[in-house]
Design a protein around this ligand. Structure first.
Ligand code: PMV
Length: 330
């Protein structure tokens, strides 16, 4: 039996624009998904999942001659999506080990809300590939795991995925992603993240498609995407200078442009404004938007407290930058 964990992330800057070749800076946070894998006698996959968003479910599928559907009555879209990611992670581990037709019992435990912009699926895929590969006797380096995890996200999300989430989760820390070029950013200043979560999920596929339509219909929407790229480039300089106040200002600007592209939501805007009024250095939505999480830079305890009392904010929590990526737990 092997267990691996991998962190979730927030986008400091650059989501959506990264899909069109602009750079983005995601940062790993100290909230993890843990995946435990044990080889089975047959070819089936049995998954038990327990996390913040799902009340817990068990599904079994696969194996030759068996019904490929899960043995739950009506798999919800979230369960269906989770199955796709886990199936993909196992396939990547089998491929890395040069094996085929091996089944596993898999347990997923996650502190990261699903579909809320914190990279839960990437963390599960990264940890799953590492745990399953080690269960098969193969040690993969973090770069290879990031690459294989990206292939899984790309397939499950019908080609609409950047390398940002998977690279950040595998490597940890703050990273810069532009197309296929992914690097860690060293010596970042302390970033006092506080996260507000509205309890909702955004539909990444629909939101990405919405931005694409706007970008094709309006030149100024295309300019907006490019401007987000400019914010990221300025943000890299601010990170290098350790200028946390400037980082906050750029986060505010980034949120405004994401709003203009139609990917914010009333609940996200409400949390962003509550954070700003509580003296946050900056606040923006994180991830695809539509619902889910915002990230703010909290120089005092005030932003955290204000978010806790903001109507529509289901959970508010601090999250330190996690410098460690995929980790072997057992
Ligand atoms: O909501 P998340 O955490 O899956 O982030 C999506 C970020 C996008 O830039 C909108 C898409 C991507 O794959 O980069």
């Amino acid at each position: 039996m092997t267990t691996s964990s991998a962190p979730g992330k927030v986008y400091l800057f650059g989501e959506h624009a990264v899909v069109y070749g602009e750079p983005a800076v995601p940062c790993a946070i100290e909230r993890r998904a843990r995946v435990t894998v044990e080889r089975r006698e047959d070819e089936r996959l049995r998954v038990r999942a327990n996390d913040l968003t799902l009340d817990g479910f068990t599904v079994t599928w696969g194996g030759s001659g068996t019904d490929p559907r899960p043995d739950v009555d009506v798999p919800t879209p979230l369960v269906e999506a989770a199955m796709g990611y886990i199936d993909g992670a196992i396939e990547q581990a089998l491929d890395a080990a040069g094996e085929d037709g091996i089944g596993f019992d898999i347990t997923v435990e996650s502190d990261i809300p699903l579909g809320a912009g914190l990279g839960s699926s990437a963390a599960v895929v990264v940890a799953g590939i590492d745990a399953a590969a080690r269960e098969l006797g193969v040690e993969l380096d973090a770069g290879t795991i990031a690459d294989r995890a990206y292939r899984v996200e790309y397939d499950v999300q019908d080609g609409q995925a950047s390398r940002a989430d998977t690279f950040c989760s595998a490597m940890g820390g703050a990273v810069r992603v532009q197309g296929d070029d992914c690097q860690r950013i060293e010596d970042v200043p302390t970033l006092p993240f506080v996260i507000g979560y509205d309890g909702n999920t955004g539909d990444t596929g629909k939101l990405v498609a919405g931005v694409r339509e706007l970008k094709e219909a309006y030149g100024f929407a295309a300019d907006t995407v490019e401007s987000i790229g400019d914010i990221v480039r300025s943000g890299e300089i601010a990170l290098d200078d350790g200028d946390v106040e400037e980082i906050g200002r750029l986060m505010n600007f980034n949120h405004g442009l994401l709003s203009a592209l139609g990917v914010s939501a009333r609940s996200l805007d409400t949390m962003v404004w509550a954070a700003r009024e509580a003296d946050a250095l900056g606040a923006k939505l994180t991830g695809s938007g539509g619902g889910g999480c915002i990230v703010a830079l909290d120089r005092t305890e005030q932003t955290h407290t204000a978010l806790e009392y903001t109507p529509g904010c289901e959970d508010a929590f601090r999250a330190e930058l996690d410098t460690e990526g995929v980790r072997r737990e057992r």
